[in-house]
Design a protein around this ligand. Sequence first.
Ligand code: DHE
Length: 545
Amino acid sequence: VLIGGALVFVLFAGTYAQQQQKEELPPPPPLTKQEMERAKEIYFDRCAGCHGALRKGATGPALTPDKTRKLGTETLKTFITYGTPGGMPDWGRQGILTPEEVDLMARYIQHDPPPPPELPLGEMKKSWKVYVPPEKRPQKPEHNRNWQNFMAVILRDIGKVAIIDGDTKELVSTVDTGYAVHIARYSASGRYLYTIGRDGKVVLIDLWMKKPDKVAEVKTCYDGRSLDTSKYKGPKGDFLDKLAIIGCYWPPSFVIVDGQTLEPLKIVATSAYTYDTNEFLREARVASMVASHYDPEWVVNVKEAGQIWLVDYSNIHAPKITMIDAERFLHDGGWDASKRYFLVAANFRDTISVVDTKEKKLVKNIKVGTRPHPGRGANIDHPKYGPLWCTGHLGDNTIRCIGTDPVKHPQYAWKVVVKMEMPGEGGGNLFIKTHPKSPHLWADRALNNDPKLQRSLFVFDKNTFQIKKVIEIPPEFQGRAVHLEYNKNGDEVWVAVWSKKNEPEKQAILVYDDKTLTLKKAITGNWVATPTGHFNVYNTMKDIY
Ligand code: DHE
C-alpha cells in the first residue's frame, strides 16, 4: 500500500547524497530486546513492501534514521495512526495497529535497520517439498468440471486460496498456501496454479486432481510479490509448463525453479546500479514479471534500479540478460494486445515505461497521471485509436490510455490519447479490467479515503469512454471492493469484498453480469475470509486483460 502527501514531501525531498550527510541527531528512543523483535515482525508485515527492508524507500519514502529522528516519536505516531492522503494507510485509526504498537513502530524506525538475512540455494532447498511427484499425478482431469473457467481466490489473512468453479460458482477446494498470498499465476497449459506469499513461499496446485490440492512447495525469499511461468512453446513445446520464476523483494533477486516440482535451480541477484545516478543499491527489488509467448524470455522489473531485464531462459545456467534502462520505482504492468510491448508503471515518477520485447529496447517513457497503478492494465481495440493500453492511478481520479500500434495508428502510438474521469474526489484506484468480448472497462477505488468510493465500482463504455454506471456494493457486505476479473467467456466480472477482519458472514465474492451491470451472485460461506486477488485460469494463462 502506498504512502504519500505530506510525509512524502517531508521525507523524500532529500537526495540520496543528503542521506549520507553526518548530522547531529538526537539518539533513538530506547527499545527492549523483546520490543525490537516484535517491531521487526510488524515492520516486515506492514511497512517493508513500500519502504524497503533497508528503509531506503520505493513506493513509500525513505525511513532512514537521519530522517525519522528529525521528525521524532510524536510526529511519526501521527503519520502511522492517521496515514496520508497519498496512500499511507491509517494503521492506527483502522485498528490494525494498537496505540502501543503505533508507539513501538514510531520508536523502532528511529533505530538503524537491522540487516535482513540471506537465503542461499542450499537453505532454500531445505524448505522444498514435493507432496505428489509428477509421475503420480493424473494423466487427464479427474473431474468433469470446466477447469479452464476456475477462479483462484486469495483468502489473504487466513493463508488459503479457494478454487471456485466459474460455471457453477461452487467451491471446488480450499488449499493451505500459507501467509498472505499476493498473486496467483498459471502454467502455459493452465493445469498448474502457482501462488506466492508475501513471505516468499511458493505453492504449486494441480487443477486436474479430483480435489485440486498442493503438489509441491518451496520458500525462495523472505519477502516476495511476483511469479510467472515459461509460456514459450518452442519448436517441440520444450518449455511449456517446464519452469517458473519467482521475484523477490528480499533477498533482492529472482529464482528459477522447476515448473513441475518447484526445485530451486538458479538464483540471480538483482542488486544493481540505478540507471540514472549510477548509485549502487543492494535493495534493488523485483517487482512485476511477465512471460513472453513468442520467446523463451521473462520480463523482470528491477524496481529501484529503474531497469527492465529481459531474461532468456533457454539455458538457465548461462542466462542471457538484456538490461534496459527505463525509469525508477518500477511496479506493476502488463502486455499490450499484441504481446510484443510490455508497459510498466514507474509509479513514483508518474510514468509508464514501454519496452519492445522484439527489438529489445526501450520504446518510450510516457508521463501519465499521479502515481499510475495499472495492475496488468486493460487493452481496448478502439475504432478510431486502434489498440490502446490503459492504466488507473493511485494519486488522481483518471484512467488514461496509450496508443500501442505504431504501424497502423502511428499518430496515436506511445501517447496518452484518452483520459477518463471517475466521479468523486481523490484517486485510490488499484485495479482496472476489461475483456475483448466486453463493451466495458471496470475500475475499483479501494484506496480512496472516502468509504463510499472504496465500495464503488466504476463502469466505462469502451467506445465513448463515458461512465456508464457507478455500482455500490451491497451494504450487507463489509469492506472495500478490490480487484476485478472476467470469467472465461468475458460476460461476468468478479469482485472481492476485501476486509482485513476475518468476519466470513460479512464477506463475499461478488459476480456481476457484464451485460446488465447487475449483481448476478454473491458467493458467500464460512470459508470466505479476507478475499483479495482472484484469477481466472483461461484469462491469466493467455494474458487476456
Ligand atoms: Fe500488490 C500485484 C507489490 C500492496 C494486491 N503487487 C502486485 C505486483 C507487485 C505488487 C510488484 C505485480 C506482480 C506481477 O504482476 O508480477 N503490492 C505490492 C507492494 O509492494 C505493495 C504496494 C505493498 C506491500 O507491502 O505489499 C502491495 N497489493 C497490495 C495490497 O495491499 C493488496 C491490495 C492486497 C495484499 O495482498 O496485500 C495487493 N497486488 C495485489 C494483487 C495483485 C498485485 C491482487 C495482482 C494484480 C493482477 O491482476 O495481476
